[in-house]
Design a protein around this ligand. Structure first.
Ligand SMILES: O=c1ccn([C@@H]2O[C@H](COP(=O)(O)O)[C@@H](O)[C@H]2O)c(=O)[nH]1
Length: 239
């Protein structure tokens, strides 16, 4: 059975490195992957990426790049220098942007690229408001196929779409799933959600969890409970 630690990324959504590292220290080596999003990266840049790498952790840089191809390729090269293992771009940036990012990521030490399809905070009504009148599931599949053709390694989608994306893109595709809420957890701004067990059973490769851990009274216990849930959900798939 794969180590459940390899299947969980903790979202360090903090305004500065000090608060982020306090949580990292609280968790000890319960977890292996930490996700740095825009809030922390704009405050602490590549310094926090290197700090986590120096402590022996893997870093998922969730910058959701979305710009013209030349600019995104340059951003991928900058992220490569910091040593991030995973980096996100927005699939809605289009095939030329994704192909330029994929080419830049092929440099030695480059990150695996994940294309964000439809944000898990969006439901059908919000998607329609942006002018996209197909369902979130259809839009996720459309963008996943486009990203695959553009040379992208994996996708970010919700647990609601993961089985369909897995069927369309194959067993080796990296499918990373945020919007994870253990039973009874507050939804916050997330709309397309699932429990850790549901997401793993549906075919997720890796789960992203932020507030259910970072805002828990005992973050290390919350992380351990999610790792246990992942391990139990994995077991039936291995029979
Ligand atoms: O579609 C997406 C893409 C990225 N995210 C990020 O994941 C975490 C989720 O945090 P929670 O506190 O567990 O809701 C956060 O950093 C988002 O930027 C996402 O939620 N949905």
């Amino acid at each position: 059975m794969p180590d459940p630690k390899a299947r969980l990324a903790i979202a360090l959504d903090y305004p500065d490195a000090q608060q982020a590292l306090k949580l990292v220290d609280t968790l000890g080596h319960t977890c292996q992957w930490f996700k740095i999003g825009m809030e922390l990266y704009y405050a602490a840049g590549n310094t926090i990426v290197r700090e986590l790498r120096d402590r022996g952790f893997d870093v998922f840089l969730d910058l959701k790049l979305h710009d013209i191809p030349n600019t995104v390729a340059g951003a991928v090269r900058s992220a490569t220098q910091a040593g991030a293992g995973l980096l996100t771009i927005h699939a809605s940036g289009g095939s030329a942007m994704m192909a330029a990012a994929a080419e830049a990521a092929r440099a030695p030490g480059g990150p695996r690229l994940l294309a964000v399809t439809v944000l898990t905070s969006m439901d059908a009504a919000q998607l329609t408001g942006t002018g996209i009148t197909v369902s979130p599931a259809d839009q996720v599949l459309r963008l996943a196929k486009l990203a695959t053709q553009s040379g992208i390694d994996g996708f970010v989608c919700s647990a609601e779409e993961v089985a369909a994306v897995r069927a369309a893109t194959g067993p080796d595709t990296l499918l990373v799933i945020p919007g994870i809420r253990p039973a009874g957890a507050a939804l916050g701004d997330q709309k397309r959600i699932a429990t850790p067990a549901q997401a793993i059973a549906a075919g997720a490769s890796m789960l992203v969890v932020g507030r259910p851990i970072t805002q828990a009274p005992d973050p290390a216990a919350a992380a351990r409970a999610i790792l246990d849930e992942i391990a139990k959900a994995e077991a039936p798939l291995k029979k």
